[in-house]
Design a protein around this ligand. Structure first.
Ligand code: NAD
Ligand code: MG
Length: 329
């Protein structure tokens, strides 16, 4: 299944004209989207919890933050940009009763809607505008006249114009400059959760630690192990981003390329691929999301323990030293 990639030329920003956006939560995505929207000429209301640590920053940025219910009531489009695992409690407790009839409710990730953690009223439009990158990059690219790739989708189209709203919103935060991929809540959510666990944040850092441990246990200097197994991941990331995997191979030495072929299939074995399928299964059957929400409700014991485990790994001490030297020079 291939989808067309849309750009600014396909977008009618008129779908946003005269519409106010309520940004709920001023974190990574909230801040970046609020600033980009304002620079695109759109009225933005910021909704924060009482006593939010982000209030001073929002004021510094020239906004006048309000309680979440007030901001939500002022928005034609209400973007839920608080952490996924708290969105349902916030919606049911505060936002559902506050949003206007016929408003558009927007998400930057499809989790809450795809797993039916909330059931918004049928008069509301439900859209997804998911920038494929962190808020910092979304803002920095916009500020230099570029953008980052975005995904859009519609889950509920009460007005008949939800898709046009999603496209215009994606354009207003700058995604049309890089490309907008039309997708679905299901595809965006499941692929994103799968990648986080099965490739990106779950596996690559563990490979780095395992490689580091192997060298250090064999008597290598931790500094050498750190440089080889961790620092050079940046080179790989840049190369595959610029040129793809086959193109990356052209940029490395024959020795590295020959070695790459020898390593292939020995770590990512058939058993590892089968485990990847199990990870996808746990994403698709909802069991992962049930665990995530349960952990949040208990005050994040699992997340806290995994942070402590990562911080205690010996690669962190050498990393701190190496980064301090790098950042001084
Ligand atoms: P974040 O962790 O930066 O937090 C956002 C805001 O929510 C902050 O202002 C925080 O103070 C507030 N908040 C935290 N807990 C709260 C609670 N219990 N009640 C009310 N407010 C609370 O969030 P984020 O990383 O910007 O993620 C927001 C959404 O954007 C999520 O759906 C996420 O999946 C999506 N997203 C994030 C990124 C990213 O760059 N981090 C990229 C794409 C999509
Ligand atoms: Mg992701």
């Amino acid at each position: 299944m291939t989808n067309p990639i849309l750009s600014d030329a396909d977008i009618d920003l008129a779908a946003m004209h005269g519409k106010a956006v309520a940004i709920i939560g001023y974190g990574n995505q909230g801040r970046a989207q609020a600033l980009n929207l304002r620079d695109s000429g759109i009225t933005v209301h910021i909704g924060l919890r009482p006593g939010s640590s982000r209030e001073a920053l929002a004021r510094d940025d020239g906004f006048d933050p309000q309680p979440m219910a007030d901001a939500a009531a002022a928005g034609d489009i209400v973007m839920l940009l608080v952490p996924d695992e708290v969105q349902a409690d916030l919606w049911n407790g505060t936002l559902a009763a506050a949003v206007r009839k016929g408003a558009t409710i927007g998400f930057a990730h499809g989790l809450t809607i795809h797993y039916k953690l909330i059931a918004p009223a049928p008069d509301l439009d439900i859209i997804l505008v998911a920038p494929k990158g962190p808020g910092k990059a979304l803002r920095a690219e916009y500020a230099t006249g570029r953008g980052i790739l975005g995904l859009i989708a519609v889950a509920q189209d009460a007005s008949g114009t939800a898709r046009a709203t999603a496209l215009a919103y994606a354009g207003a935060i700058g995604c049309g400059r890089a490309g907008i991929l039309e997708s679905s809540f299901q595809q965006e959510t499941e692929a994103d959760l799968f990648n986080e666990q099965g490739v990106l944040w779950g596996v690559i850092p563990e490979l780095i630690e395992a490689g580091f441990d192997t060298l250090v246990e064999a008597g290598f200097a931790p500094e050498i192990a750190y440089f080889e197994c961790l620092t050079e991941v940046k080179l790989l990331g840049d190369l595959v981003y610029e040129r793809g995997i086959a193109g990356m191979r052209e940029a490395i030495s024959n020795t590295a390329e020959f070695g790459a072929a020898q390593g292939s299939g020995r770590i990512v074995t058939e058993a590892a691929r089968a485990e990847m399928k199990r990870i996808l299964g746990e994403v698709q059957d909802g069991s992962f999301v049930r665990k995530l929400v349960a952990d949040a409700r208990k005050g994040y014991p699992t997340l806290t323990a995994s942070r402590a485990r990562a911080a205690a790994h010996p690669i962190e001490a050498v990393g701190q030293r190496m980064r301090a030297i790098r950042d001084k020079s």
